[in-house]
Design a protein around this ligand. Structure first.
Ligand SMILES: [Zn+2]
Ligand SMILES: [Zn+2]
Length: 252
């Protein structure tokens, strides 16, 4: 069986707010063969999604948690699907419980989400077209997920941290050779008291302990130096390390 390669296109790689121009909220397009999903759709990322793929062609949007920098551009997606097509089109959305209610409340309109989004609660592993998506609860909000995404035919996967306050939560998702797309909110560290995020040393130790093939850093907060952040990972992990920016296209 020929395994279609898995391709990652970074649409948005920012944190909740930043002064880096163009750094929109989290959004990662993952494609394999004819299948396309997007992991998270944070603020400002719909435009980039629409520049990369016709959004109604998405097989699913998979949301890590209900912070706006990870899901709020479901609003323009919902409008796009309703108003750009006659009849309107629909996209499947998998995420934490209460996602549809949260968007409905934002608009004070019951049924707002359901007009064009088929929202489902994440529970266990799910197969979406040619991709398999394995969610795992991580320490952040009451219900936050990290994911491993891979071709159903095998091959290296992509493990995405979402926002995560405890690196060990991600370890069971990572298989040797996987690409680890990890938040590094607090740069070279340390993580501020009580903040449920990661820093470079934690990501480096995780990657080394699990045999990750490479580390793709993202979600860097304002005020942290990029070079020092990358070096803090490299001090603990000998594989390739880079901070990803929108527009990056990588084959796994
Ligand atoms: Zn975030
Ligand atoms: Zn968050």
């Amino acid at each position: 069986m020929v395994v279609a390669p898995v391709e990652l296109t970074v649409l948005g790689a920012g944190p909740a707010y930043t002064d880096r121009p163009g750094a929109t909220g989290a959004a990662y397009l993952v494609r394999s063969g004819a299948t396309a999903i997007v992991l998270d759709l944070g603020q400002g990322s719909f435009t980039r999604l629409a520049g990369a793929i016709e959004p109604s062609r998405l097989d699913a949007v998979v949301v890590s948690h209900l912070h706006p920098d990870h899901f709020i551009d479901l609003v323009p997606l919902r409008h796009y699907l309703q108003f750009e097509f006659a009849p309107s089109r629909r996209v499947r959305v998998l995420g934490p419980s209460g996602l549809a209610d949260r968007m409905d409340a934002l608009h004070a309109t019951p049924g707002f989400s359901a007009a064009t989004l088929d929202c489902e609660e994440l529970s266990g592993p799910v197969e979406i077209g040619e991709l398999s998506v394995e969610p795992r609860l991580v320490h952040h909000t009451d219900e936050s997920y990290g994911f491993r995404v891979a071709s159903r035919g095998g091959g290296p996967g992509l493990v995405y941290s979402g926002d995560c306050g405890r690196a060990a939560d991600l370890a069971p998702l990572i298989r040797p050779g996987d690409a680890l797309l990890s938040e590094v909110s607090f740069g070279p560290g340390p993580v501020a008291e009580g903040a449920l995020h990661l820093d470079g040393p934690a990501v480096g130790r995780l990657a080394a302990a699990t045999g990750a093939g490479r580390v793709l850093l993202t979600h860097l907060q304002m005020g942290f130096d990029v070079t020092a952040t990358i070096e803090s990972v490299r001090a603990r992990f000998t594989g390739p390390v880079m901070l990803v920016e929108p527009g990056a296209n990588l084959a796994l």
